[in-house]
Design a binder for this molecule. Sequence first.
Ligand SMILES: [Cu+2]
Length: 249
Amino acid sequence: MMADRVWWMPPNGALHGVPVDSLMWWNLVILGTLFLLAHVFVLATMIRRKGPVLNRFGVSPKHELVPLIALTLIYAWMAVSAQRLWATIRYQGAAPNALQVEVTGMQFQWYFRYPGADNSFGPTRPELINAPAGNPLGLDHTDPHSADDIVSSVLLLPAGREVDLRIRSIDVIHGFFVPGMRVKQNAVPGMEMHIHFTPTVAGDYPILCSQVCGLGHARMQSHLRVVSESEYSAWLSSHSPTGISGAGR
Ligand SMILES: [Cu+2]
C-alpha cells in the first residue's frame, strides 16, 4: 500500500496488469543497476592512476568479453520477455464469450455503448448524431438492434469477467487510456480497434485521453467503475434502452 502512495504507478486492477507491472519493475531495477555500475566504473577509472593496457576502444581486452556477453544476455532477456508479454496481451483476441462494449471518442467526451439484450450493436448514422437530443452516437432507433442499446458516459464493468472493447472515434484521433487497467489504445476515425482485459479489483478508475485532440483535450475524462456481477446486472436492467445514462452520477 505504501508503495502505491510513494511511487507513480497507480494501483493495478486488471489481470494482465500483474505481469506488466512485474516486467516494468525488472526493467527499472536492471537499468538502474547498470546505470549505477557504469558511473562507478567511470569514477574508478578516473581515480586509478595506472591501468591495464587499453585497446583502441579504451577497454582492457581481457575484461571486455565478460561484460559484453552479460549485457547481451540481459538485453536479450528484456526484449524477449517484453515481446512475449505484449503478444499474450495484444496479439490474441478476446474469448468468444467476452463482454462486448463499444467505446466512442469525440471532442471532448467518451461514450460507452452496450449491445443490450439482443447482444448486437445496432447501426449508427452520422446524420442522426444529436447530443442535446440524447443521441450522441447517431443511433438509428428505428432499427430493432439499436432499440435496446444502452449508451452511457461512464464505463461500468463486472469484476472477474473479460471485456472486449471496440474502440472508435467520430472526429479526430483520441487515446483511450485507463492507467489503472494498464490499457492504452488510440481511437482512430474510420477504424475499429479492439482491446481486451479482465478487471479484477472493484473500484473507480480514471479514463483519460492520451492524444492532444483539441482545445478541450484536458477535460476529456471519464471513469471506469468495476463492480460485482450482481451490481452490474442491476445497473444494466435499470437503465433505459435509449438515451444516455450517467451510472449514478
Ligand atoms: Cu481526445
